[in-house]
Design a protein around this ligand. Structure first.
Ligand code: DAH
Length: 341
């Protein structure tokens, strides 16, 4: 029996020496002290020991059991502590590491230009109204005095969806819609996207943004238009601007004109921004055609109005000296993130 006890003691010492994890210690506990373990086997052998040697023998087995138990317990606590420390070490935060910057989004440069225009217009007493990008031939053309066979329809290469439905070619479509439902005085700024079937180049795109501005009331004159335009651009560029009007043709206005600003960069002496002309083209404008008022059920004998339309990309190009309109839609963050507000 002493031999058996000694053998078991040695075997346990060897096994426990190499156990290194909490799990292994738990397994050893089951293996050595469990019901089917070697200690129980030794207990069973006690029956065959001579009665007078039995108490001593039993004590030895019990001492072994207690020793195995306390050895395992001590080792268990040791391993548990080590594992805890490892875990804590892995989870340690280095508070001296630099933080990760969260990038705040900001408005697209074209949206920024549009917002600037609208803010100035609202300051001047205009309200903002939107209209549909997909519209009928009537609102985009016919109500604006482009009759079906009107040669001016060629000015705007149109994306037709059906023979009667199209992607609007300008935000002037909002004029006719507003006039149908509102009676003068009307002071509206109508922003949005416009679409044209053009070749994409540095200077033209198949879609772009416009703001259409119109005012209808009794006694609105050309002088009002001239003043309002000049005031608008002065507020927008925070400078006293000089405007120049050149006669031009748009079916929905009479007279119609192109609006130029004396070059903001060179003051008129000629530079790359104004292509040496001294002037920057910024809008189309005119007095609303009596037919357009009539189409909106507004009596042209009683009321008159002016309208102008301007490109938003054009403003952003001027403001930032950008040379290629395609950059606005390429979604290149290196470009876009330069224009934080
Ligand atoms: N709708 C014109 C265009 O897209 C711009 C325009 C010209 C608007 C003259 C107007 C205007 O209101 O009076 O080219």
């Amino acid at each position: 029996m002493d031999n058996e006890i000694q053998k078991l003691t040695q075997e346990f010492e060897q096994t426990v020496a190499v156990a290194a994890t909490v799990q292994q210690i738990e397994d050893l506990k089951v293996k050595y002290l469990g019901k089917k373990g070697p200690i129980q086997d030794l207990m069973k052998l006690l029956r065959d020991v001579a009665p007078d040697a039995r108490p001593l023998c039993g004590k030895k087995i019990n001492d072994l059991k207690v020793w195995i138990d306390s050895t395992l317990q001590a080792k268990y606590e040791n391993c548990l502590q080590q594992e805890d420390q490892q875990k804590i070490a892995q989870e340690t935060l280095d508070v001296t590491l630099p933080g990760r910057r969260r990038h705040l989004g900001n408005s697209h440069v074209v949206t920024q230009a549009m917002d600037q225009m609208l803010n100035v217009l609202m300051e001047m007493g205009f309200s903002v109204q939107y209209g549909p990008d997909i519209d009928t031939d009537y609102y985009n053309f016919e109500a604006l005095n482009f009759s079906k066979e009107h040669p001016a329809r060629d000015m705007q290469d149109t994306f037709y969806i059906t023979s009667n439905v199209l992607l609007r070619t300008h935000t002037s479509n909002i004029q006719a819609r507003i006039m149908e439902f509102h009676k003068p005085p009307i002071r509206i700024a109508a922003p949005g996207r416009a679409y044209r079937n053009e070749t994409i180049t540095a200077r033209s795109h198949v879609f772009f943004h416009q703001v259409e501005v119109f005012y209808v009331d009794t006694g609105v004159t050309f002088a009002d238009l001239q003043f309002t335009l000049t005031d608008f651009f002065s507020r927008l560029f925070k400078a006293t601007v000089e405007t120049r009007f050149r006669p031009s043709y748009f079916p929905f206005v009479e007279p119609g004109m192109e609006v130029d600003l004396r070059c903001l960069s060179c003051g008129g002496s000629g530079c790359h921004l104004c292509k040496q002309t001294g002037w920057l083209e910024v809008a189309g404008a005119g007095m609303i055609h009596p037919e357009v008022l009539k189409n909106g059920a507004i009596d042209p004998e009683e009321y008159s109005g002016f309208a102008w339309g301007m490109g938003v990309e054009r403003l952003a190009l001027l403001q930032h000296g950008i040379k290629d309109i395609r950059m606005f839609t390429e979604n290149d963050l290196r470009f876009l993130s330069q224009f934080t507000q």
